[in-house]
Design a binder for this molecule. Structure first.
Ligand SMILES: [Fe+2]
Length: 267
């Protein structure tokens, strides 16, 4: 499996506290069946001012430690990028890193207040040739009353990433409810761990895939943790990638596949 969102690099944000925790996280990920992992520390101006150079250097040093320990985990880097006004400009000039230097990047909306001009951020990024991967919308405090904005973002071409642990109940009832709703509506592109440590936020993906099977079946559940994240890792054209079951090829919601809750929004 491919995990495109993990705070495993030590001492760079609120993820792994030190190298020993990071190494244990790598072993947990590997034991769970993760073979490829994107190290994605926060970029949050004023709080975590990480640059691509800082992250690349931390990755290089961590890779050496994994090699020394014989831990066979393929690494790449990106960042969990908090949405700021200069988002697209910073992606363009390389001040914000994309996932494995692809066109895909982690787009983190604020947790506690609705994102103003959400649609404009998404369309500007898409117009500039990037694919925003919206991180864990199911865990945002403001999703209630704003669900339609996420549907619109998917219609425009953004991807949705749920946290695997939300489906298995690690983040409480609300996160589980919204993640189940998005799965049921067929608008989820991938699952990721968003791992931060070994205990409360471990890098586990398989339990999410298992839960996803209930909503989208085995084949699509495998796409959530393998095919689609691998395609993003390899910078594949999004139009060449099979869309989630509620969407047509270009990210538009497919009227022939409207499901459950979504039908009410779109009909
Ligand atoms: Fe994160």
């Amino acid at each position: 499996m491919y995990d495109l969102h993990c705070h495993i690099l030590p001492n760079i944000d609120d993820g792994a506290d030190d190298l020993s925790v990071a190494l244990k996280m790598a072993q947990i990920a590997l034991g769970d069946g993760i073979t490829h992992l994107a190290c994605t520390p926060h970029i949050y101006p004023g709080l975590f001012d990480n640059t691509p150079e800082d992250i690349a250097a931390a990755l290089q040093s961590f890779r050496k430690e994994l090699d020394a320990q014989g831990i066979d985990l393929e690494l790449a880097y990106g960042a969990d990028i908090q949405v700021v006004p200069e988002l697209v400009e910073n992606l363009r000039c390389g001040a914000f890193p994309t996932l494995n230097q692809s066109r895909y990047f982690l787009f983190e909306p604020p947790h506690h207040v609705p994102l103003v001009n959400f649609d404009r951020f998404v369309s500007d990024a898409l117009s500039a040739g990037f694919v925003p991967v919206i991180t864990h919308p199911e865990r945002l405090n403001w999703i209630r009353g704003h669900y339609r904005e996420f549907v619109s973002a998917v219609q425009a071409g953004a991807w949705i990433q749920l946290t695997a642990g939300s489906l298995s109940g690690r983040f409480g009832r609300a996160a589980r409810y919204w993640s189940e709703k998005m799965m049921g509506d067929g608008i989820v592109h991938l699952l990721a761990t968003d791992g931060h440590n070994c205990n409360s936020r471990p890098p586990l993906l398989a339990e999410g895939e298992l839960m996803a099977q209930k909503y989208v079946g085995k084949e699509e559940a495998a796409r959530l943790v393998l095919d689609r994240p691998r395609s993003a890792w390899e910078n594949a054209d999004p139009e060449s990638i099979p869309p989630p079951p509620g969407c047509s090829q270009r990210g538009k919601i497919d009227s022939g596949k409207k499901q459950g809750f979504l039908r009410r929004w779109l009909s």
